[in-house]
Write a protein that binds this ligand. Sequence first.
Ligand SMILES: [Ca+2]
Ligand SMILES: [Ca+2]
Ligand SMILES: [Ca+2]
Ligand SMILES: [Ca+2]
Length: 424
Amino acid sequence: MSSIDVPLKNGGFGRTMRKDAWWVEPLLVFLGYALFIAYANYAIIHYNCGGQPCYEVPGTGYLSPPCGRPVRSRPRWRRLSPAGGGATNTRHTCTEAPTGTLTCGLGNLADDESRTFTITATIARDLVYDNGGPLTITNQATADADRFDRDPSNDAKSESTLVKAKADLRIVSFAATNAPLEMIVGQPANVTLHKVITNDGPSAPMDTKVARTATATANATVSPASTAHVESALGYQEQRSVDEQFQIKCTNGGPATFTFNNDIAPNKADDTDPNPANNHAQTSFTVECIVPVAINIHPGSFKNPFNLKSNGVIPVAVLTTRAGEYGLPLAFNATQIKPLTTRFAPKPVVTAGGGAPEAHGKGHIEDAIERSDERTRDGDLDMVLHFETQRSSLTPGTTEACVRGRFGPTNMVFQGCDSLTRVP
Ligand SMILES: [Ca+2]
Ligand SMILES: [Ca+2]
Ligand SMILES: [Ca+2]
Ligand SMILES: [Ca+2]
């Protein structure tokens, strides 16, 4: 086997026999690694960022890769003012300390991740009332993390809220407590309208304006027609009774209807009621208005005797009168009486619908003797009726008896009373 010797020349460091630029590629690789090592370690060495430890390559916004773990965020929500209520959180584990400051752990927040959550602050019912009017509360939220926050300037935000009082005021009941069934024309009566109001919140207490109006049909009056007052500090679900007095009066015969309206509302302009539908109530009642008349039992006699053993009749003249005569408020035409509707007895009996009917089933139209002097006939036509003593519900102690019946085209009720003396 043959061989040849090739002599080697010493060419020096880095020198080869190659004529091309073979060194460019390794150089680029070396520089790339060197740059990475410098990038990865610079921030660890120079960790002072604005006085706090950090791993950011200054001015780049990038963290050193070995230290670039996710940021752990712990936002703190703090209600600054005013005091008066707690705070609740629905989704995250939060602790409240001190009162009014809630700290919630949100877990890990990845880079550029955002998270939304709601904290509902409970406001005391009487916050606005005790303040005397609306007030502003300020909520401040701050977020911080156990990792470097390169921009702490955007970690806090405040939100102000103007708090106004809002409450569902409600009329619970409304009715007349002592409405009469009947009244004599010209004789006023007092009625009490009883009402219960409450405040279903959420704000409480609340000053509540109570406005009332009252109306009557044409044959009657009611007063006051319109008034208002303020019920102070109506409490949450308090059942407050409000009694209102009215004077009612009939001015003519027939049925009279009295109608009462009530409206409640927040008294202060800034307070609101979200449900006005239950702020109104109406009630009414109807009274039979009775026309008072003058009667003369036993025309011609002041004594007006009756004998409990008598099987006879007692004559009674119902007088036709002008307004003002015998103190009567209205003129009355006795010839319009419907005799079959008349009853005679002591007042409680005729009021209850009892009493003796007209003995002959008819009335006698004549110019009867006046009661004033038991002698005069005044020239106008009256109606004389007769009632059986035994059907008149008279007793030994009876001193007065009345006639009640209906008259005229609308069947108004009339009533008149006169004295009686028992004989023997
Ligand atoms: Ca209401
Ligand atoms: Ca008489
Ligand atoms: Ca007359
Ligand atoms: Ca007459």
